[in-house]
Structure formats: C-alpha cells, structure tokens
Design a protein around this ligand. Structure first.
Ligand SMILES: Cc1ncc(COP(=O)(O)O)c(C=O)c1O
Length: 383
C-alpha cells in the first residue's frame, strides 16, 4: 500500500508548474536575479496579505529571525526570553546576535509561550541602568520571542500586556504561521514577526526563503540595510549579512500566494476530520482559532514513540516536534541563562507530542487510514 508521508512537497498541478516555469523563464531572460521588481512585487503583496506595513524578503526564516532581533536592537550580552519548545533556529538566531536565551515554560494546552510564566520571570527581574529590565544575572532583557508553534498563534494579547509592563519589545517567530493573525489583529500590531518559506511550509518556495514583517518604518529600513551587508549609500555602517530573498523564489512565491487560502482551508478540513474521527482516548489539540495558520496537526500520546513505530509499520509517516527542548542541545545548554528543569510543561510535551499527516494533498481515504491505524494500536492512555 502507498506510504502516507508526513509532509509532501509537490510543485503543484501540471498547469501551475507550467505557469511557474514560464515566470522563471521570463526572469532568467531579464537577468534581474537579485532584488528588483520581482522581490518588490512579492513583498508588497505579502505585506498586504499579512496586514503588515512592510514585508522584507530574506534568504530563510532563520535569517529573518536573526535580522528581526538585530533590527529590534537586541545587543550582544542581552538575555532574550523565549520558549524551549521550538525548532533549533529559534535559539540559534538568539545566539547568532550574541544574546543569551532564557527559557520560559509553555501553556500546557496551546504549547506556546505562557503569559503567566513570562510574568513570573519578570517578577524575578529588576530595573537596571536607565530603567531597563534586568535579569537576575544582571543582563538587560533585550526581547521576548514567542513562537507560533504548529501555526497556532500564541496568546499575543496577554503576552503583549506582560511585555509592555516590563518595557520589553516582542519579536515573533512566525516561521510556522505564514498567514496567521491574532484574532482580528495582524501579528505585526504586536511587534515584528519572522516567517519561513521552507518548501514544507503552507507557503513554500522552491528552495529556502523567509521574510520579516513589521509595521515599523525604522525596523523595515534596518532589515533592508542589514540584509545587504549593512550597507547604506554604498558604505557599510553595520555588520550585516548577505541575506536577500532570491528573485526566482519571489516570483514563485508571488504566484503561489494566491493559493494560500485554499491550502489553509484544506489543512483545516483535515484537522477537523481528525478531531471528529480519532479514537476517543487520543488527546486532541485545542480547537483551531480563526487566526491560526493550520500548519502541523499534533495529538498527545503518552507512549508516543511506540505509536510512531506502529504507524510507521502501517506505512504512515509521523513527526515528533520536538523530542528535545532547545535547552537540551549542547551549544544552547552551554550558553543559556536559567536551568533546563525550569519548564515542566514543555518537558512533558517532548515525550508526548505526535504530528500526523495534514498536508493539502491528502485524500479522505488516506486520512481514514491514519485514523484506523491509530484505532488499531494498543497505545491509548485509557487502555
Ligand atoms: C519555529 C521555527 N523557527 C525558525 C525556523 C527556520 O526557518 P528556515 O528553515 O526557513 O530557516 C523554522 C523552520 O522550520 C521553525 O520551525
């Protein structure tokens, strides 16, 4: 029987691929491979779709977060508060700007940064030079980085209230949440946000790509300068990066953007199917909110690894996002502030979270096969 993959990166239907190839051919003939019209056109459309004032295309979601942190004024030696339950790129970006991550626990249901835990952390901080919020080890708190995990939008209203009271800015890692909104508000109304166009994402490029979204003109200008070697007026004024979104990728993304709503709707339909059809003993994620970007569908399963092996034997690909906390990675452990045991909710999730196939190419038969395979296992918590 055909294997059901966790993620399927298909270029699109035949007509879509032909259209994209002709767009790429036009661009190749024009010779405008770096920035230019194609990037500008996509940036404008993407900003409008996200309800943001600016979108700045960069080489990857990892670079987008790095550049957003730099543009937000995070300095070497600062501490940055974030969740330990994320892809390594979240911690990597913090370390790349010379800052130190401190991990705050997640909410047990949403698995996104918990506003109460954030407030508790600030209650142990004090005001340092010039009133800046300072961590117990004496470092300035440079930013709070919520991650919209699996496309679920963190509780931004509550996080923003806590961060505002502390006088600390927010930089969102929205790599998994392209197309997401916080209720009826754009993500950028809470601070800048970085997104990823990695091919498996809901809006996937034909390679790597990312963008910084922001409503702040100064942040936008800084990101543009930093993505092009920190140059302004032909002179380097800051240490930047070479991190532009390729014009070829921009052209592909521009055409695919129109289909993002359809992809999102299909994935939502699959998530709703799972919610209704999975065996009763499977712990479902909280219901999707209207602004969530439905990217990864996860259930909780106490015998997760045994269940993964069972599903694998049934020809079904699954994922464990994430089997280790960021604080468990050696390079992070050696540079972080705080203790790895500080985040019990996130720690428990590392052993239980199971991602099921949800991509838009799945058929109803395939979804039913996943449900049947789960039902035929003997790993339910109630068994
Ligand atoms: C939460 C998170 N942050 C950052 C990234 C990095 O994005 P990219 O792979 O485009 O560099 C990813 C990629 O999957 C991610 O999931």
């Amino acid at each position: 029987m055909k294997r059901i993959e966790l993620a399927r990166v298909a270029a699109g239907d035949r007509a879509g691929v032909a259209e994209l190839c002709s767009v790429v051919e036009q661009l190749a003939r024009s010779g405008r491979f770096i920035l230019g019209e194609a990037v500008l056109a996509f940036e404008q459309k993407f900003a409008t779709a996200a309800g943001a004032r600016h979108a700045i295309g960069v080489a990857s979601g990892s670079d987008a977060l790095t550049l957003a942190l730099l543009a937000a004024g995070v300095m070497p030696g600062d501490v940055v508060l974030t969740t330990p339950l994320s892809f390594i790129a979240t911690a990597e970006a913090i370390l790349r700007v010379g800052a130190v991550p401190r991990f705050i626990d997640v909410d047990d249901a949403s698995l996104c940064l918990c506003p109460h835990a954030l407030a508790r952390c600030f209650s142990h901080c004090s005001r340092g030079v010039g009133g800046a919020m300072t961590s117990p080890s004496g470092r300035r708190v440079g930013a709070v980085v919520p991650v919209h995990l699996y496309g679920r939008i963190a509780n931004m209203a509550a996080l923003a209230t806590v961060a505002r009271e502390a006088g600390v800015g927010i930089v969102q890692d929205a790599a998994q949440a392209v197309g997401g909104r916080a209720g009826d508000r754009s993500l950028t109304s809470f601070g800048s946000a970085s997104v990823s166009f990695f091919p498996t994402k809901n809006l996937g490029a034909w390679g790597d790509g990312g963008a910084v979204l922001t409503d702040d003109d100064d942040v936008a200008e800084r990101v543009k300068m930093l993505r092009s070697h920190g140059m302004r007026g032909g002179r380097a004024i800051e240490v930047g990066l070479n991190s532009r979104l390729d014009a070829l990728q921009a052209a592909v993304l521009d055409r695919k953007l129109a289909g993002l709503g359809e992809i999102e709707a299909k994935r939502r339909e699959h998530a709703e199917f799972y919610r209704a059809a999975l065996p009763a003993w499977v712990t479902r994620p909280p219901p999707l909110e209207p602004g969530d970007a439905c990217h990864i569908f996860t259930v909780r399963c106490p015998r997760r690894d045994a269940m993964r092996a069972h599903l694998d034997a049934a020809g079904i690909g699954t994922g464990a996002y994430y089997p280790e906390l960021l604080s468990d990675h050696p390079i992070v452990r050696s540079r972080m502030e705080g203790e790895p045991g500080d985040c019990p909710n996130a720690r428990r999730a590392t052993g239980e979270v199971l991602a099921l196939p949800i991509h838009e190419h799945l058929t109803r038969d395939e979804l039913e096969r996943v449900v049947m395979a789960m039902g035929s296992s003997r790993f339910g918590d109630a068994r």
